[in-house]
Design a protein around this ligand. Structure first.
Ligand SMILES: NC(=O)c1ccc[n+]([C@@H]2O[C@H](COP(=O)([O-])OP(=O)(O)OC[C@H]3O[C@@H](n4cnc5c(N)ncnc54)[C@H](OP(=O)(O)O)[C@@H]3O)[C@@H](O)[C@H]2O)c1
Length: 275
């Protein structure tokens, strides 16, 4: 990894996870900056990671080859305005991880014609097991794309999309996705308890089964449909359960759920992007 200087605007949960992942991956703390208005947050970064900290967004931005916008979406416009003149002068890569904010809006708030990568990570990034989709505008160079991918790969898997319009479907799939799996775990746990399993046993069996199934799907050669077929003997217990799930419209339910999330993502992005 090249030793570009990376500055985080916003030192919250995602910044902690990204900084931790970058340092674990070999990046030297001297090349990392975090700006946050809150001294306690900065002290935690300094003590935990030994990186450069400042209360001034402009000071961090002035050192950076890459500026990671890691503030809440509703704060981003204000933070962008603070650093816009530095960005115009130095032309660093700007990597936004703010959910729902579109690249043209971010670029405009930074004064226009800026290399911007928009990333959509998900919550497991906090455990460095995230799934992130990235979109680069045409001003981003190949080297900057590599750097953006390296940064997000520090907290999990990072994949590119060619069209920003796909980000709403990404939000519906991996962004909101952890909650769908949590709901399935919750529903299975409740169902197991209704079959008289002790609560602790029900929970532990469900959580380990979810982990095991996810590992089999990720680490083996078979796709999920093949894995499902392999564990479903005709006339057996799994077949009995899957038949009920199909009859009850599980697949249609997920289609409708992801469509609702995609549509909501579009609406929120329209609202966030208004001047
Ligand atoms: N956490 C996730 O799993 C996740 C997943 C996908 C996307 N994201 C995106 O990642 C971004 C960061 O999320 P997060 O969970 O890390 O949020 P967070 O923990 O709230 O971190 C944001 C940090 O920015 C600080 N801040 C507020 N105003 C600022 C300003 N003007 N300049 C600089 N820093 C400022 C906040 O301080 P205060 O807290 O005191 O206000 C906080 O320390 C968000 O846009 C979110 O949409 C997060």
């Amino acid at each position: 990894m090249s030793e570009s200087t990376i500055a985080f605007i916003g030192g919250g949960n995602m910044a902690h996870s990204l900084v931790g992942g970058l340092i674990a991956g070999g990046r030297s703390p001297q090349h990392l900056w975090v700006a946050d208005p809150f001294v306690d947050q900065l002290d935690t970064h300094r003590h935990r990671h030994g990186i450069n900290v400042t209360q001034e967004n402009t000071e961090a931005a002035a050192h950076a080859d890459v500026i990671v916008m890691a503030v809440k979406p509703q704060i981003l416009r204000e933070a962008a305005a603070q650093i816009a003149s530095i960005v115009q002068e130095r032309q660093p890569l700007v990597l936004s991880i703010a959910a729902g904010l579109r690249e043209p809006d971010i670029s405009r708030w930074l004064g226009g014609n800026v290399p911007v990568v928009r990333a959509m990570p998900n919550t497991p990034s906090l455990l460095r097991c995230g799934a992130t989709a990235l979109y680069a505008n045409p001003s981003v160079s190949a080297a900057q794309k590599t750097l953006a991918e390296e940064i997000m790969a520090a907290v999990g898997m990072a994949l590119w999309v060619d069209e920003e319009a796909h980000m709403d479907a990404v939000t519906a799939t991996s962004g909101s996705g952890p909650a769908y799996f949590f709901l399935v775990m919750e529903a299975m746990e409740n169902a197991a308890r209704s079959l008289d399993l002790p609560p602790e046993l029900a929970r532990r069996l469900v959580l380990q089964t979810a982990l095991g199934a996810a590992r089999m799907a990720n680490e083996g050669d078979d796709d999920p449909a093949t894995l499902r077929e392999k564990v479903t003997s005709p006339g057996g217990t799994t077949a009995a359960a899957l038949e009920v799930l199909r009859e009850q419209g599980l697949e249609e339910c997920f289609r409708k759920a992801l469509t609702a999330a995609r549509d909501r993502s579009q609406t929120l992005s329209d609202e966030f992007g208004r001047d």
